[in-house]
Design a protein around this ligand. Structure first.
Ligand SMILES: [Zn+2]
Length: 367
């Protein structure tokens, strides 16, 4: 796109030099622009376009790998009962696009990073057994907040957002309902990823660095079109905290195969067969080869499909539960909701502030 634009500018510049070539209106407009740029200063133009190029490159590189989150939030809408479905369907693009907000703000918002994972292997067996039974208040009396934050708090955070979303439903605050629905979808999906439950989150302790993005991004991108995403209707969750822990513990039981199968398969592959080169957004990147990906995906026996399905169902279940706990407010009365100009501007400013990436927090993958 950028290349096309530059070629077009050059063509206009060349044709502007030969006066007897007939020019289109578009070309004339670009020529006039070039003329005024010449007058007002080429330097400024170059500075501004470089900033634009760099910011869009950075944005693109950040959003790589969020396919799974967006797909999960989008599909969860179809689990909802008719009383909720119309409102969510009308805002399905918002819920989908904003599924990636929590990852985008993790380097800019203090306290965001630990909300995405929990290192279960950091705790002894006896403590690990107790954790699911403790509320946030109880656990922070036993273990320092510093330790808890260092090793992740995703199950408690899901429960925390659950309360906030219930409140938003109670107040019939359309904007907060949508923002928090998108957010909780993200954290629930993270809780269902095996590598979000360990200190070895990117295979860095077992010489498997890169496995996080491989499992979470590359494989779903390659194979999700063949997954069966029909998960049925959302159900009410009696104990949200218990349910969040079930997800985390279930994902953790899948961790052994995630790491072991990759190691086994690697021993049968030469380095140049394990990896290949991919082009993304005009950038050539080293990634797992198609053959390696296919073999690994087969060994996992639908594991990624199972975890994605579990996430979709659980997201729908939590949205429904919040709505029920808020007394089942009439969402059809919110159908006319449109974000105001101020809300849109505030949202844009907030998202731009996330691009600053001021915090040196733990990365999950290579993204
Ligand atoms: Zn995340």
């Amino acid at each position: 796109m950028l290349l096309k634009f530059l070629v077009y500018i050059i063509l206009c510049f060349v044709t502007s030099k030969s006066r007897n070539i007939k020019k289109s209106k578009k070309q004339l407009a670009v020529m006039n622009l070039l003329k005024s740029v010449k007058q007002k200063g080429l330097i400024w133009c170059l500075v501004l376009s470089s900033i634009w190029c760099l910011s869009s490159f950075r944005y693109q590189s950040i959003i790589w790998g969020f396919f799974g989150h967006q797909r999960i939030n989008r599909l969860a809408v179809f689990t909802l009962p008719p009383e909720m479905f119309r409102f969510y369907k009308k805002n399905i693009d918002f819920i989908t696009e904003n599924a990636v907000n929590p990852d985008q703000r993790r380097y800019a918002v203090k306290g965001e990073a630990p909300r995405h994972f929990i290192d279960l292997d950091n705790y002894s067996d006896s403590i690990r057994k107790q954790l699911p039974l403790l509320s946030w208040r109880e656990v922070s009396e036993k273990i320092s907040e510093d330790t808890l934050n260092r090793h992740g708090i995703v199950p408690w955070h899901i429960n925390f957002i659950k309360y906030q979303l219930t409140e938003a439903f109670r107040k019939k605050d359309a904007r907060r309902i949508l923002m928090l629905s998108a957010d909780i979808g993200h954290y629930i999906a993270d809780a269902n990823v095996p590598l979000h439950t360990t200190q070895n989150y990117n295979g860095q302790l077992t010489n498997q660095t890169g496995i996080h993005g491989f499992w979470e991004s590359r494989l779903p991108e390659l194979f999700a079109d063949n997954y069966d995403f029909f998960v049925g209707q959302a159900d009410y969750v009696k104990s949200p905290q218990k349910r969040a822990w079930q997800a985390v513990l279930g994902a953790n039981t899948a961790l052994d195969s995630v790491l072991r199968f990759e190691q086994e398969l690697t021993s049968h592959f030469a380095e140049d067969k394990k990896f290949g080169f991919d082009e993304r957004n005009g950038i050539t990147t080293k990634s797992y080869s198609k053959e390696f990906s296919e073999r690994y995906h087969t060994m996992l026996k639908n594991q990624i499909e199972r975890q994605m399905r579990a996430s979709i169902k659980m997201v729908g279940d939590f949205w429904l539960t919040c709505w029920v706990d808020a007394g089942q407010p009439d969402l059809n009365s919110l159908l006319a909701y449109q974000p105001s100009k101020e809300e849109k501007e505030a949202e844009l400013a907030e998202k731009q502030s996330w691009l600053k990436r001021v915090l040196d927090v733990r990365k999950e993958s290579d993204n």
